[in-house]
Ligand binder design. Structure first.
Ligand SMILES: Nc1nc2c(ncn2[C@@H]2O[C@H](COP(=O)(O)OP(=O)(O)O)[C@@H](O)[C@H]2O)c(=O)[nH]1
Ligand SMILES: [Mg+2]
Length: 302
């Protein structure tokens, strides 16, 4: 399956939930009037795009329709595609321009951090990069073992300590190892106990300081992993994490099998953080770079 086809099959439920409704709406109107805009806004809200973002999209559409003198509802689809891809556009690629670069992966338990790291390590290795993974979710032994299985699959090195060790100490060792072994990318797993916000915040700060102190010239990508199936909740999580960390990108996981993939739009629009990667399955080759134009093309494909 090609990349695009995989994205298409992953986004099938989302497409059914959004595009098919919009197409239905467009086909049931012969002119673009106030009723049309109202129904469109409602449709967008029901598609997990969120009230604020849906209103903004409709506002932008009104302007476009007016400016271009559009009267046929059939032309709205093309305009919507442009408006949505404009929202999603911006720094969507991973910044890995230093050697080493560091990727810090954060998010609540179960969001898909460890799985994403396995897939990402695999992709980076396949693109010719030397990768070291830091098992800095030391909260449970099972978390370290799970990451180890993934690094074996991906064929990359892992730096680990025992269960209960200081996560920042694991990151420290991984950074040192990365420099000594001439690694291109160091990817750090972390724990995600958001119910203990103060601890998590302190832990993430300490890890960030460790990277800053020991690899001051390294680019640091802090990726927040969000589970698409949680819908609006994912946006709320992103708000909380934004208070604790300098998030540079979002990884949206479990896009396959959810109809809530529209959530990608308010995440970017309301938080201003670009989506960089999307998870479309549980296998090692199920992580893709996020390309807004592809997403929009899939969403509005026939
Ligand atoms: N369908 C699907 N499942 C995923 C995806 N990413 C992660 N998962 C599953 O989500 C569950 C939790 O993942 P894990 O990486 O352990 O989450 P963590 O607690 O954040 O490290 C696992 O069962 C994964 O297989 C994805 O893109 N699609
Ligand atoms: Mg994990």
């Amino acid at each position: 399956m090609s990349f695009f086809e995989k994205l298409k099959s992953g986004l099938k439920n989302t497409k059914d939930a959004i595009a098919d409704k919009i197409t239905g709406l467009i086909n049931s109107f012969t002119k673009i009037d106030e009723d049309f805009f109202e129904e469109l806004e409602e449709t967008l809200i029901l598609s997990d795009i969120g009230a604020v973002t849906s209103a903004n999209i409709c506002e932008a559409l009104r302007k476009e329709v007016k400016a271009k003198g559009v009267t046929d509802p059939a032309e709205v689809k093309g305009l919507l595609k442009n408006i949505i891809s404009d929202i999603l556009e911006g720094d969507n690629g991973l910044m890995l321009d230093t050697k080493p670069s560091v990727i810090l992966v954060i998010g609540v338990n179960g969001a898909g951090k460890t799985t994403t790291i396995g897939k990402l390590a695999y992709n980076l290795k396949n693109s010719g990069k030397k990768v070291i993974v830091a098992a800095a979710d030391t909260f449970r032994a099972a978390a370290i073992e799970q990451l180890e299985v993934w690094t074996e699959r991906a064929g990359v090195e892992i730096v680990k300590h025992a269960e209960g060790a200081d996560p920042a100490a694991v990151v420290f060792d991984a950074v040192k190892a990365g420099m000594a072994r001439n690694a291109d990318v160091i990817i750090c797993d972390t724990a995600g106990r958001l119910h203990n916000k103060k601890n998590l915040m302190d832990e993430l700060k300490k890890i960030a300081r460790t990277i800053e102190n020991n690899a001051p010239n390294s680019r640091v990508e802090t990726l927040l992993v969000l589970d698409a199936t949680t819908g609006q909740n994912a946006v709320n999580q992103a708000r909380l994490f934004k208070e604790t960390a300098e998030i540079t990108g979002i990884v949206l996981t479990k896009l396959d099998g959810t109809a809530k993939g529209g959530i990608i739009i308010p995440i970017k629009e309301e938080l201003g953080i670009p989506v960089k990667l999307v998870g479309v399955g549980e296998k090692i080759n199920d992580l893709q770079n996020f390309v807004p134009q592809d997403y929009v093309n899939v969403l509005f494909s026939e």
